[in-house]
Structures are given as C-alpha cells and as structure tokens.
Design a protein around this ligand. Structure first.
Ligand SMILES: [Zn+2]
Length: 348
C-alpha cells in the first residue's frame, strides 16, 4: 500500500471513530490514538526520512494536510460538545426564579424592650430624660432615704438578694435594688434642679410564682420643681394612659400609703373591656396601674433639696404588668415572658 493510501486509510478510520464520540473523555482517548507519539500518523511520519527528497516533499505535504484536518476536527468536536453541555444545562439544571423563596427566620425585639422604648418616648415628649441608676445598690438608697428604716415591716418583701460585699458604715449593705425608686435620691444628689427623670431598670425581689418573676422591670418618674402639685400628677397619668392605652381610657387616683410619698395614691385605669361599667375581668370597672404620690419632705431633704422651696412627685410601675394590661393579655404565668419560648414571644 502506498504512503498516500495509508494516509487515506488512517483518515477514514479517524472519521469513523470520531462519529461515535459523545463526550470529552472519549475524545481525549481518540486524540492520543490519532495524534499521540505512538499514533499511526507518527509511524507514517517516521517513514519520511527514508524517502528521496522529491518523494519526501510530496508525502510530507500530504501527511501534514491529514494532520491538520484531524486537529481541526478535534477543535470543532470540542466546541460542539461544550455547546451541547451548555444546552443541556439550560434544561437539566434550570432554576425557576418565579418560585417563592425560602424566607430566613427573622426575629424582633422582646416585648419588654419594645415597651421600654415606647414608654421612654411618651415621657420624653413631656421633657423627662431617661437616666441610669445602679441595679446593685446600697441599702441607703433602696430603703433608708425612702423612709424605710431597718426595722420597717415593708422591708420584708423588698429585701431581696444581698451582695457578698463589705458593708458601708452609713450606706449599709449592698442589695439588688427591689424598685427603681432607688434612683430618686441619687438623682437629687446631682444637684441639678428642676428634675424630670425617667428611670427604667431591672429590679429584683425574692418572689417567683405565676404573677411574679424574681427579676422584673419598673419605670420610675420623678418630677421636682417649684410649685409641683397633685394636679401635675393627675395630668401626667392622664397623658400616659391615653398615649399608651388609648384615648378612651380614664384614670383615677385612690388614696394609699407609701413611706416615701405623702399623700400617696394607687393609680387605676378604666377597664379596656367594659370601659368602666364593671365586668368579670375588673369587677368594678377599674384596674390597678401602679403607685404614685407627692414626695415626702424627708425624702427631698435626704437628696439635699429644700422642701420649703421645691415640691416633687414620683411614680413607679411594673413594666411587665403594664405591658400585659395593654395587650389585654391574661398571662397565666408571668414567668413565660422570660422563659425564652419563641412560640410565646413571637406573638408580640
Ligand atoms: Zn371591665
């Protein structure tokens, strides 16, 4: 068989093989077979060196043509295989962008935090500035300056968690504060009059049952200025009740007794269900909101404020109770608010 016939046979064999290729791996096997160092084409090329010059020129040209034809066939097939792969990709790995996505879980602020911000805002619009006073407090500020001496029975309920720290001769032992009223005298001691203070903080008492959590929040308002009267107190609560609970709510003051205020009141708000008519929830149309009163002159004196010149009023309420009252919640166990159960918390 002549050199050119061998070339033709090789070329024909390549075309047959190429027609069966369906993927990159098969194509690579074919490349080794027809263009590799041990390929039939290389065997033929090696014959060239034994030819005469004229024969070699002619045969070499023919062999190169076949080699180029094979190479370009490989290039073309490679391109076609890639195109086919991309076409399949469009159908096999298609993404339907019109399908609704899977929403990641999104959290929100705890109901207590939301309420703190809201209440802070309501009083800020009346000129009250939110301040911070210690949660870990001397007995002096938590009790003594508020006219609750060491032997006063009210202390039984309030004496809470004592801190294992050295006592102070004047200020006594350290406790976790049982109420936000501890900030009142501290605020007066700053000596910056008049005062419009809002103290919202964690408070602690040794009670844990369905209506008490050992750690809870209170918000305490303190207003000290010349000529402060009960009228101011009533106006503040009316404003708060309507802002926080709704314009249709009314308040009333009921005489009460607190050590650090004189006179003292319990503040009630008209029931949201029966609007003051009386129902199963409220019995007489009113629900209790919290305590308030005009600061006792001794408390003003303890803070270095002249009771002859200045008058003061203070009010303090449990935040959790206020929150659950507005939501119309009848939480069977107040501790649920802090049990970190998302099923409960995500509702608010
Ligand atoms: Zn009612």
């Amino acid at each position: 068989m002549s050199f050119k016939d061998e070339l033709q046979k090789l070329r024909a064999s390549f075309d047959t093989d190429l027609a069966t290729v369906s993927g990159d791996d098969e194509l690579e096997v074919l490349r080794v077979k027809y263009l590799g160092r041990k390929s039939g084409l290389q065997d033929l090329m090696r014959l060239l060196k034994d030819m005469t010059n004229d024969e070699r020129k002619d045969a070499g040209q023919a062999a190169n043509e076949v080699k180029k034809a094979i190479e370009s066939a490989f290039d073309l097939t490679t391109t076609e295989l890639e195109r086919a792969r991309l076409e399949n990709l469009a159908t096999e790995e298609a993404i339907d962008i019109s399908l609704p996505g899977i929403a990641p879980p999104v959290g929100h602020l705890h109901m207590t935090t939301t309420a703190i911000r809201e209440i802070e805002g309501i009083f800020a619009r009346l000129g009250f500035t939110r301040v911070r006073h210690p949660e870990v407090e001397w007995e002096w500020y938590a009790f003594e300056t508020l006219r609750v001496g060491p032997d006063h029975p009210a202390r039984d309920n309030w004496e809470t968690f004592f801190i294992d720290a050295p006592a102070d001769d004047k200020k006594g032992k350290m406790v976790l504060t049982p109420h936000t009223t501890n900030g009142d005298v501290r605020e007066m001691e700053r000596g910056d009059l008049p005062i419009r203070m809002m103290n919202i903080n964690k408070t602690y008492r040794r009670q844990s049952d369905v209506s008490h959590v050992p750690m809870f929040h209170q918000f305490e308002g303190l207003l000290i200025d010349e000529g402060v009267t009960i009228t101011d107190l009533k106006g503040l609560f009316e404003h708060f009740a309507k802002e926080y609970f709704g314009a249709d709510r009314e308040i009333r003051l009921r005489p009460h007794h607190f050590r650090f205020t004189e006179p003292s009141f319990e503040v009630d708000i008209s029931c949201g269900l029966c609007h003051g008519k009386g129902c199963r929830m409220c019995k007489d149309g009113w629900v209790e909101l919290g305590g308030a009163g005009m600061l006792h002159p001794d408390v003003l004196k303890a803070g270095g404020v002249d009771p002859e010149k200045y008058g003061g009023l203070a009010f303090g309420w449990g935040l959790e109770r206020t929150v659950s009252m507005r939501a119309g919640l009848n939480i069977s166990d107040l501790r649920t608010m802090y049990s970190n159960d998302v099923r409960f918390l995500q509702q608010f």
